[in-house]
Ligand binder design. Sequence first.
Ligand SMILES: [Zn+2]
Ligand SMILES: [Zn+2]
Length: 441
Amino acid sequence: MTKKPKHIKFVDIKKKLVKDDVSQSVLKNNKFSYLPHEGSSDLTPGEFKTFWYFWETITNIANFYGFDRIAFPIIEKPEIYLYGLGKETDLVNKEMQYIKTGKNGLVLRPKGTASAIRLVLNTGLLKNKDIVKLFYSGPFFRKEKGNIREFNQTGFEIIGVKNAICDVELINTIDKILQELNLDNFYFEINSQGCKNCLKDYLKQLEKYFKSKKAMLCPSCKKHLENKNILQILQCTKEKCQALLIDAPHIQDSLCQDCKKNYTDLVKYLKSLNIPFKESPFIFRDIKYYTSNIFNVYLHDELIGQGGRYDNLLEVFGANKRPASGIAINSEKILSLMNVVKEIKKPSLFLIQLGDSAKEKSFEILETLRKNDLLTATSLSKGSIKEQMKIAKDLNIEHVLIIGQEEANREEIIFHELTSGLQETIPFKKLINILNKRLKK
Ligand SMILES: [Zn+2]
Ligand SMILES: [Zn+2]
């Protein structure tokens, strides 16, 4: 018997449950819905197959391009976002879900990059290395309209490369994933948001421009102008504000030499790789760590991914400055558009067992088959040969192994081919050898 941890008093928890506001209202409500909470979803076995295939594709391509998998906690310390993303950003201010626990509280991770960099610094991954390429995947959480949205995201990060070549490598990796998943109608959108210096210059120009057009701005954009939130005006969807963008200055004219080279190189490389992209001079991020090249991914005109350079983040975290770039894609939209569901590897054998000692022996045989990469299905709970044979047929499996009491005693097994009716008895010792020959067609 396991001991109760000393610090938890079970009686107290019970009392608290009744006292607690949320618990009380739930209990009072007296309703039980099978739906998961709004903003999250279940996956059926069929949906999970698609998800798994999606996963395998990502992993294969990530491995091919030399990205190493990492994983960090779902619950994180708030400071990594407060410092990394900036406390004035919408993501930190409005979308991050705090959990009230401990002195400073914890948060449900809203985004991957800051956690990935924390992990890199915590585990010393950069020690004696010029370049580190990582990827990760899993659930992330954002507050939205009073709910917590749970979504799956896969992120790729390259730390240590200053040149735009690593931005292209990230975009190319996503391009190959989407292609491999047979998805079309996707494209990338790129812009530069400059470094601190060129962005400052650009904001001045932009402010000057909008001041000259102030009368034509919508009321909320007028407020943005007064509060010097100039970039917010670019996001306004009102027609009259959008119309003003036609003559608005572009950041490309304000970029310093480094930022300019980064951007023109990105354009050049993307063209040479035939990656579909368009230049969008008015996309910007309000997240503090982004610098220079930034990019969005669109699938059927819906935003499915975002990325960009974050050359200052390591420094913000108190480490030596290292250039870095990353991109992340959301799974849900991609999964909803994946029409071609490729089956994950199907079993090529079905093991039928009859009687108790045969059942016992079956575990050993299954283990040997598994170790030798011979995927085998079985149904240990079903009794008769007829029932088990039916399952094999339903699964479209052509080759059947049968073991009964007698065979178990003699250390033998029957190999049976359903279509041809071919049948032979094989000693356990020779099973793998013979199966490899019989199944190789
Ligand atoms: Zn610059
Ligand atoms: Zn507006």
